[in-house]
Design a protein around this ligand. Structure first.
Ligand SMILES: CCCCCCCCCCCCC/C=C/[C@@H](O)[C@H](COP(=O)(O)O)NC(=O)CCCCC
Ligand SMILES: Nc1ncnc2c1ncn2[C@@H]1O[C@H](COP(=O)(O)OP(=O)(O)O)[C@@H](O)[C@H]1O
Ligand SMILES: [Ca+2]
Length: 581
């Protein structure tokens, strides 16, 4: 059947203007006609972006209202894009057009045909969602954001939702792991990266349980998850939302959820000895980002500003840490963190990765099929080792762009290519490090500095150098009290931050982080894993390609989307400058 055949076409009125409206399989178009029946401008909306159809003249936001029904009117709601001003992605808004038909019969025909088209052409839309609201996230407006901006849209789209306002940390994770989820098409969080992380752990954990797979074995290929995750941003950093949608805007995200967008996402599993510690999608960071998080936890009352304050304090403390970073490079022929590309909606690098990550033949061997040792014999590279003193060591599976850093930690990273970017910032003078940090806020290349290295990787291992004996002793005594893992724990040589802080306090080192007043600087930092402090220092990380799916579609290419200058000096080079780098 030709999907573009016209299903219905008629002359309709919008206000005082006459239009020719046509519904095909894929699009709803309406063209303004002048007095001589000549076409003026046309509006075309893909059926997949129609949110709902209502009888009468209806308004939904800011409040639902229905004008007197004349029997001949209907209202179509759809996605309308606008540039966001401060961000680089596009804002989605609820477009609304009220049509008036010559007869009630015709109105009913339009309603019926539009609803049939919606069902036929949007099979992946969710019907039932489980929503978790963190009432304490960000500026503590999660409840209000959901009820005033999101719930009316879900209702309009015919989505029923079960809402849980969390009363404690990890409630959302536990709910997903343990409760009956029959009938739910997806789970949604209202909050920041922390509550998203709870959903991530719940969804991955449950999927592996059901598949009978152990999450603790880093060599296993995990089962990718069917249950989609939606994020309504109401947190402090909102990095996952920003990096996958391009803006942190509740209405935009709600509309992506409603139309059932689907964006695969790489996930990094972090292990210590033989245990899974946590999963991460944005930042696994040691040194600066770990210290900022540890410091910021003491200033939660400041809300999102706690990161700015703590960032300044940690910068002033001028810390660097000794360590050994080992990494397994990804295939450099496929992409590079310095190729000046951006992962945008419909990204070809990610699409090609789908074929590579999920080869069709059922018996095809996985790149990671047996054990750790398999990594070193991999055709895509040998393990590389770097020892030294570092300001920061960061691994990110995506760009990690956020309002603080609109291009992110690694602007050319891909959401779903099965790799992560490892950013190693070696010890340098304070001004150099400030330049590095400051470049995150502009379009200047933060990797174009002599003390910064970036590598596209599949796995990373971090250990303390031999000779850090004092802290290794402390680590041996650690209590595994901070991680998400409750099963499969076993004692091993890793650091508990809480424990280290207590030991330092016993020794009279009053403040863990403040190098301005401490008598002795700490020799180890902590890991920041998507905003949670890890209870271990020595870790092994592995990237799992496209392990989960979000209700998103990647960043849409708004005209304001910046790229770095290519070597020819172009800013928004249409060739994306790949050939120039
Ligand atoms: C001189 C200007 C310095 C500016 C430096 C800007 C660098 C920003 C990079 C931000 C990377 C963000 C990665 C995401 C991390 C989040 O998962 C985590 C938790 O978020 P939430 O749950 O919403 O609170 N946020 C952070 O760890 C904050 C890092 C801030 C570092 C300044
Ligand atoms: N009801 C609750 N009480 C306390 N902590 C919670 C609650 N619900 C979720 N959390 C936890 O709060 C932390 C921060 O949540 P998040 O939504 O990311 O806000 P923010 O972006 O401000 O950090 C997360 O670790 C999450 O697990
Ligand atoms: Ca990636």
């Amino acid at each position: 059947m030709d999907e573009d055949l016209v299903r219905l076409e008629s002359s309709l009125w919008v206000g005082k203007k006459r239009y020719r409206a046509a519904l095909t399989g894929w699009h709803l178009n309406w063209t303004e006609l002048d007095k001589k029946n000549r076409d003026k401008k046309t509006v075309s909306v893909p059926v997949s972006e129609v949110i709902g159809v209502e009888e009468g003249r209806v308004q939904v936001l800011p409040q639902r209202s229905v004008a007197e029904d004349t029997d001949r009117e209907f209202t179509v709601f759809y996605v309308k894009r606008s540039s966001s001003g401060s961000s680089y992605g596009l804002l989605w808004r609820l477009g609304r057009t009220q049509f008036c038909c010559p007869s009630r019969d015709l109105r009913d025909q339009w309603m019926t045909q539009l609803r049939i088209a919606l069902k036929t052409h949007s099979p992946s839309r969710p019907h039932r969602l489980l929503v978790f609201i963190n009432p304490f996230g960000g500026k503590k407006q999660g409840r209000q954001i959901y009820h005033s901006l999101v719930a009316p849209l879900f209702e309009l789209a015919g989505i029923s939702s079960h809402v849980v306002v969390t009363e404690r940390a990890n409630q959302a994770r536990d709910h997903i792991l343990k409760k009956d989820l029959t009938g739910f098409d997806g789970v949604v969080c209202v909050g920041g990266d922390g509550i998203f992380s709870e959903l991530l752990h719940g969804v991955i954990g449950r999927t592996q349980q059901e598949a009978g797979l152990s999450e603790h074995d880093p060599s296993l290929t995990l089962q990718s998850c069917d249950l989609h995750i939606g994020i309504i941003p109401a947190g402090s950093t909102d990095c996952v939302c920003f990096a996958t949608v391009g803006v942190n805007d509740p209405v935009t995200s709600a509309l992506h959820i409603i139309i059932g967008d689907s964006q695969p996402l790489d996930v990094c599993s972090v292990h210590n000895c033989s245990s899974l510690v946590r999963y991460s999608v944005s930042l696994v960071g040691y040194g600066f980002y770990g210290d900022v998080l540890a410091e910021s936890e003491r200033h939660r009352w400041m809300g999102p500003l706690r990161y700015d304050y703590s960032g300044a304090m940690v910068y002033l403390s001028n810390r660097s840490y000794a360590g050994v970073v080992q990494y397994l490079p990804a295939d450099s022929q496929l992409s590079s963190p310095r190729d000046n590309t951006r992962c945008l909606s419909g990204c070809s690098v990610c699409s090609k990765s789908t074929e590579r990550l999920f080869p069709h033949s059922p018996g095809a061997s996985s790149l990671y099929s047996s054990h750790f040792s398999q990594f070193s014999s991999d055709t895509e590279g040998e393990w590389v080792s770097v020892e030294g003193r570092f300001r920061a060591v960061s691994l990110t599976c995506m760009s990690s762009s956020c309002p603080r850093s609109p291009l992110g930690l690694s602007p050319s990273a891909h959401l779903a290519d099965g790799t992560g970017d490892l950013i190693i910032v070696r010890d340098t003078h304070p001004l150099g490090f400030l330049t590095f940090l400051h470049r995150h806020t502009s379009t200047e290349d933060q990797f174009d500095l002599p003390f910064v290295d970036v590598h596209r990787v599949k796995a990373v291992r971090f250990s303390l150098p031999t000779g850090e004996e004092e802290d290794k002793d402390e680590e041996r005594e650690r209590v595994n009290d901070g991680g998400m893992t409750e099963e499969g724990k076993r004692p091993c040589r890793s650091g508990s931050h809480k424990h280290l802080v207590e030991r330092r306090e016993e020794r009279g080192q009053k403040d863990f982080l403040c190098g301005l007043c401490c008598s002795k600087a700490p020799t180890v930092s902590v890991w920041n894993c998507d905003g949670e402090i890890l209870p271990h220092t020595e870790i092994f990380c592995r990237v799992h390609g496209q392990l989960v799916r979000l209700y998103a579609r990647g960043i849409e290419d708004g005209s304001a989307t910046p790229t770095r200058k290519c070597r020819d000096g172009h800013r928004n080079c249409k060739e994306r400058c790949v050939l120039n780098n």
